[in-house]
Design a protein around this ligand. Sequence first.
Ligand SMILES: O=P(O)(O)OC[C@H]1O[C@H](OP(=O)(O)OP(=O)(O)O)[C@H](O)[C@@H]1O
Ligand SMILES: Nc1ncnc2[nH]cnc12
Length: 191
Amino acid sequence: MTDLRSYVRDIPDYPKPGILFRDITPLLADPDALTAAVDAMAAPFLDADIDIVAAAEARGFIFGTPLAMRLGAGFVPIRKPGKLPFDLHSFAYQLEYGTDELQIHVDGIKPGQRVLVVDDLLATGGTVEACLRLLEKCDAKIVGCSFLIHLEALGGEARMEPYDVHSVLRYGGDDSEQELSIQNEMPGPSV
Ligand SMILES: O=P(O)(O)OC[C@H]1O[C@H](OP(=O)(O)OP(=O)(O)O)[C@H](O)[C@@H]1O
Ligand SMILES: Nc1ncnc2[nH]cnc12
């Protein structure tokens, strides 16, 4: 059995001091580990009649598309502003230094379609919460969310209620120093 955790590389102090970055590129580069990760993320949902897998760019796309194929579902991208060409639903959300925004095509998901939300990693939950609000605007039936990695100390699960969370690798208290999402920590004004 593949020990997926051994393929996740820890990078201290990236992208800023105090952040322990969970680097999945070694896992992506290994065919067996990649297949095992996709299988494990899909497993609870094989009989869930998923119509659509939805995922946010960029790392969400890496897992979203193979999961959709594994589940016999379609794939709908959730993107940053300026990337989707048709009519849109938008959701702006708060970051430490301003706001960010995600968007989905208004016709990407039909009302009542059964949707699984996928991402590589759950940290503060800001990204997945934005995805959930967009899917609610589409009147989707949200079946649950599947992550490869869950940084439990950051409390993201609370922002996803009442939806079910499935994660393959859980990291506990050693992430407690990370109080902000990587998005929040990306280059910005220093204080
Ligand atoms: O739970 P959160 O605090 O929102 O953090 C999790 C998000 O952070 C990462 O994406 P990032 O915004 O770094 O962008 P990327 O996928 O383009 O690398 C990751 O892929 C998740 O989408
Ligand atoms: N600690 C972390 N490692 C990798 N990606 C992240 N996205 C948010 N927090 C992260």
